[in-house]
Design a protein around this ligand. Structure first.
Ligand code: ATR
Length: 268
């Protein structure tokens, strides 16, 4: 039997495409998963600039040994229009993060960020049904999280974002799949909610401002991050001092690895 570690002519090739790319952790995780499952496949990094993404995707379309792709910053939005079959959910979110090459060369795509986020909370024993949620952000990650929070049965959603027009747009798209959900336009004050989520990109850099007025956080509230690096963002540090239950951004990726692997046909 061929070792899953040895690369042969029959190895299926999977990729992660990003710019920059050296920080990504998905290859280690999915190569480990393939080894554990005895899959004759490998995931490799593709460092591709946004201007070259269409050319790159065309190359993947005609590469018959290619199995699928993970897309991350900054490609999640642009990737959507470069794929042939996109789930309704991903289309409404406006971004994809996982692509599968069908045997006929078509590229099918879906978005698992939101599901991963909710699964991470669930694994930590945090349920969302009936909760009042506050979401900071209305970009790609926030859209994915908003749909997943709605799917998970939250009672209401308050969205706060620097650019208000993006909140309106997200609200209209949420209404298509969740017509009964109460969605409000928030302020930087997160009070009056059970679960508070940062889905902006603020927190990645040490000099970033906080995404909302964290000094007003109430004790006992769950404060969750989408930012994965650093693990303890400035927001989570403040939330902990306020007596909140904090949840880092790391489980979001860990919890969607299985979903991504199944979607790409890497494992069944
Ligand atoms: P991602 O795919 O990581 O979500 P994105 O789609 O560019 O990236 O969204 C970034 C989010 O962080 C947006 O909600 C953005 O607010 P705007 O919609 O107003 O741009 C938010 N964000 C980024 N930098 C910010 C800053 N300096 N102040 C406030 N919000 C910021």
């Amino acid at each position: 039997m061929t070792s899953a570690r040895e690369i042969t002519g029959a190895t299926r090739v999977y990729g992660i495409v990003a710019d920059p790319i050296t920080h990504v952790r998905t290859p280690q995780a999915l190569n480990g998963l393939m080894r554990r499952h005895g899959v004759a496949g490998i995931m490799v990094p593709f460092h591709v600039a946004p201007a070259h993404l269409p050319m790159f995707m065309d190359a993947m379309r005609v590469t018959q040994s290619f199995g699928g792709l993970i897309a991350t910053v900054p490609h999640k939005v642009a990737m959507l229009d470069l794929c042939d079959v996109v789930s309704e959910r991903a289309r409404l979110i406006g971004a994809v993060n996982t692509v599968r090459r069908e045997p006929d060369g078509r590229l099918a795509a879906d978005m698992f960020d939101g599901e991963g986020f909710v699964a991470g909370l669930r694994e930590a024993g945090i349920g969302l049904n009936g909760r009042r949620a506050y979401l900071a952000g209305a970009g790609g990650a926030a859209n994915a999280v908003a749909f997943a929070l709605a799917d998970a049965g939250i009672a209401s959603l308050t969205i706060w974002n620097r650019t208000a027009a993006k909140v309106d747009a997200l609200r209209s798209r949420l209404e298509v799949l969740h017509p009964g959900l109460v969605v409000g336009m928030g302020t930087s004050d997160p009070r009056g909610h059970d679960v508070v989520v940062n889905a902006t990109s603020l927190g990645l850099r040490p000099d970033d401002p906080l995404p909302f007025d964290a000094a007003r956080l109430e004790a006992g509230v769950i404060v969750a991050e989408v930012v994965m690096e650093p693990e303890t963002t400035a927001l989570l540090a403040v939330a902990a001092t306020r007596g909140c239950r904090v949840h880092s951004g790391r489980p979001m990726l860990d919890c969607q690895l299985g979903l991504m692997a199944r979607f790409m046909g890497m494992v069944s």
